[in-house]
Design a protein around this ligand. Structure first.
Ligand code: NI
Length: 175
C-alpha cells in the first residue's frame, strides 16, 4: 500500500465525473488499497477516487475509524437507489481546506454497488454513514459539499481560501 497525495479544491479533477469501473483487476485493487492507506493516514472517514487524482467510480469509508482500519467499506460503482428523510450535519472534506458547514442530506439511503472483489452489495444506512455515502458519491460526480451551501457563503470561502493559499505559497518560498 502506498499513500497518495490528496488533491484539494480548486484542483479541476475534483470537478470531473468519474467513469464506471468495467474491469476489477490488480491495478484497481491497488488503487483501493492506496486509497485506504491515504484515508487512514489523513485521517478521514471517507474518500473518493477523484481525491487522489483517479477517475474511477470507487469510494471507501470507515466511520468508526480514527487513524486505523476498523470497519472499512469499499464500494465500486455505487448508486443511490433510495433516499428519504432529512438530516443536517456539519461536514468537512479532506479536499476542502480549512472549512466546514452545515449540509442538508437524506437521513437514510440505500446504495448498491460492488465490493473490492466485484461481488454485488446493497447497503442500507442512516445517520453519519448515510451522510458519508452521499458526500463520497457526490465526489464521483464532481460535486463538493461547498456546492450545497449558499452562493454568498461559497464566495466568502473562495476569497478566504485564495488568501490562505497565497500565504502558504509565500511561506514555502521563504523556507
Ligand atoms: Ni470529501
Amino acid at each position: 500500500m502506498a499513500e497518495r497525495k490528496i488533491l484539494a479544491y480548486p484542483e479541476t479533477i475534483l470537478r470531473e465525473r468519474a467513469a464506471p469501473v468495467t474491469n476489477i483487476d490488480g491495478k484497481l485493487q491497488k488503487l483501493i488499497d492506496d486509497m485506504a492507506d491515504t484515508m487512514y493516514h489523513a485521517p478521514g472517514v471517507g474518500l473518493a477516487s477523484n481525491q487522489v487524482g483517479e477517475l474511477y467510480r470507487v469510494i471507501i469509508f470507515d466511520i468508526s475509524a480514527k487513524d486505523e482500519p476498523n470497519d472499512l467499506v469499499v464500494l465500486i460503482n455505487p448508486e443511490i437507489i433510495e433516499a428519504d428523510g432529512l438530516i443536517v450535519n456539519e461536514e468537512g472534506c479532506l479536499s476542502v481546506i480549512d472549512y466546514a458547514a452545515d449540509i442538508k442530506r437524506a437521513e437514510r439511503v440505500t446504495v448498491k454497488g460492488m465490493d473490492r472483489e466485484g461481488n454485488p452489495i446493497t447497503l442500507k444506512k442512516e445517520g453519519l454513514a448515510a451522510i458519508v455515502l452521499q458526500h463520497e458519491i457526490d465526489h464521483l460526480n464532481g460535486i463538493l459539499f461547498i456546492d450545497h451551501i449558499s452562493k454568498l457563503k461559497r464566495e466568502l470561502y473562495k476569497r478566504r481560501l485564495k488568501k490562505l493559499l497565497k500565504q502558504r505559497e509565500a511561506l514555502s518560498r521563504r523556507l
